[in-house]
Design a protein around this ligand. Structure first.
Ligand code: ZN
Length: 254
């Protein structure tokens, strides 16, 4: 069964931090949601890949996500290569999202902005009828061999691409009210126990749990304020907005 909304990000826990409340809200409205992590987190200071796999599954359960996969792209080395684009194409054709959430296309971490461009270009390629790629996600580490690809899922392009912009100080095009989802979203983040519980390893670079909560809350409050609600998550879309009824436009002007 296809997902309605797919969120793609470089690292496990990026989605929880930038658009987890929105994914939960959409799941609560009856939409099928999914998360594609490009890497497995092997460069993390804290915790093993196995820890992070378990934690990511638990976070997905908390956010009511229907489908989640981590690709095998090296952590800290997300590159916009042909091979990596094809890995994302396979997922897009298999999961067939109508809406794709990408990271914002500028940022401090190269993995984040590269994931954004990679996701966009893969979305374009995924719609090309003559591009045949094997649909076997289990064979992701095999180099793509176009002439052998007989088991190819049919072309699919997301209808809508939006960018989760929380990591970047840009003015969002719109925010999603997550007031009702905020606490559960926080719980999904805290499911990454190897990263976010107070411990000695890496304590110089990792803030304490109380501090993380304060930061996450102040960001959500700030974007909530912009939308006239308590907590919200920010997004950017490249297209203009389309309005049917002027009386239904939300967010007070004055
Ligand atoms: Zn990240």
């Amino acid at each position: 069964m296809p997902v309605d909304i797919l969120a793609l990000a470089a690292h496990r826990d990026d989605v929880e931090q930038t658009c987890g409340g929105t994914l939960l809200k959409m799941a609560e409205r009856g939409h099928r949601t999914g998360i594609l992590d490009l890497t497995q987190g092997e460069m993390g200071t804290r915790g093993s890949i196995e820890d992070r796999t378990r934690e990511a599954a638990e976070a997905a359960r908390i956010l009511k996500v229907s489908w989640r996969l981590a690709l095998d792209i090296p952590d800290g080395r997300v590159e916009n290569t042909w091979e990596n684009r094809l890995k994302v194409v396979r997922v897009l054709r298999e999961q067939r999202p109508r809406v794709l959430i990408l990271p914002y296309w500028e940022g401090r971490h190269p993995d984040h902005y590269t994931a954004s461009i990679l996701g966009y270009e893969a979305s374009f390629l995924a719609g090309l009828t003559k591009l045949a790629v094997s649909s076997q996600l289990s064979a992701l580490s095999d180099p793509p061999a176009d002439d052998e690809a007989t088991d190819s899922a049919s072309p699919h392009r997301p209808f809508k691409i939006i960018y989760a912009s929380l990591y970047r100080d840009v003015r969002p095009t719109f925010v999603v009210d997550i007031t009702g989802q905020f606490e559960t979203r926080m719980a999904s983040l805290m499911a990454y126990k190897s990263q976010f519980t107070d411990q000695q390893a890496g304590s110089g670079i990792f803030p304490a749990q109380k501090e993380i909560r304060a930061r996450v809350e102040s960001m959500a409050r700030y974007y909530g304020l912009l939308g006239g609600v308590t907590y919200a998550e920010p997004f950017v879309q490249k297209e203009v907005g389309l309005v049917e009824d002027l009386l239904a436009i939300p967010v007070k002007s004055i």
